[in-house]
Each structure stands twice: as C-alpha cells, then as structure tokens.
Design a protein around this ligand. Sequence first.
Ligand code: ZN
Length: 191
Amino acid sequence: MVAWKVVTVEARQLFRLDNEVLAFRFTATMSDRAGEAPQERLSSHGRLKLWLHAAGLAVPDVSPAELQDAIGLREAIYRAGLAVATTQRPDPGDAAILNRAAAAGQSRPALDENGLAVWNLSKQAPVPDALGVLAADAIHVLGGPDRDRIKACEGPGCAGLFLDTSRGGNRRWCSMNTCGNRVKKARLANK
Ligand SMILES: [Zn+2]
C-alpha cells in the first residue's frame, strides 16, 4: 500500500493525472501540444511503467518496442479525438490503430476484495493488455453517445482533450486547476 502511494506522488509530479477520461489522461502525457515546446512526458520506458501503475494498469516491465507502441497508440487516440472534437471523422488509419490495440488486449475487469474495479492483465503480454484497455476506453468515448462533448482545451498552448460533462456544455479548459487558472491569472494581470 505504501509503495503504491509513493509511486502515485512521483507520478503526480511527472504527469497530469486529473483528466476524468482514462484515454485522454493518456494523451495528456504529451503536454503543451499547441505550444512552442510540446513536452514528452513518456520519455523512457520507466516513465510509461510509472504512468500505467498510476492508471491501475501495473506491469512488471516495459520494453523499448512497447514504449514505441504506446506512443503510437497515444498519438492515434489524440488525432482521432481532435477529429471528433472538431466534428470530423477519425482518420481510418488512426481508427485501425485503435481497433488493433483493443483487439490485441486480453485484460479482464474484476472487482477486488474491496469491491473496487481493477484490470487483470495477463502474465504473457501485460503491456499490450494495458494498451488494449486504453484503446478500448478511447473507442468507447470517441464513438459513444457523449462524443459531441469531446473538446480540445482552449488554454494557452494546451489543446488537451477532455470530455465536457458540464450541464451547459460550456467548459473550455481541460482542467480548472491548470489551464483554467492560467487563463484567470492572465486576465487578472491584464486588468
Ligand atoms: Zn488545458
């Protein structure tokens, strides 16, 4: 339990973990996408392992090829999400990447002893299983009934994807704590 908390604190320092949609939280591992210097936060296989752990998809190890697969999937999710956010259809190539990753995953959801939902990954291919969970989550949100609520953040340089669940459908930022605050502060400074 203690080890898990330590990982989470470290993960919180390295990643933006506040997006409610798992697949979009994954796309946020590349931040400042529309800025001058986009930041790659999955800069090593150790970082991916840490992020997966924080997402409830703990794997024993990540190979360099698996890191490349993960980044390829993440970028396909982002491009497909941006297409949906701008009322376009995802590129068929990106849809194929998502579909392949979802089909390759062999993970199974389960309730643990505390009644919480967990993902059971296989021993043979835990990373593809974890990527399958992320791809399936992306497919559900991008192609589901809430797809009209998908937006790209208007925060300066952000362009991060989020699901606008506000009643009025007028949310503009991926997170009030980061981008929303930045915009507010900039407004105050200009007054
Ligand atoms: Zn943002």
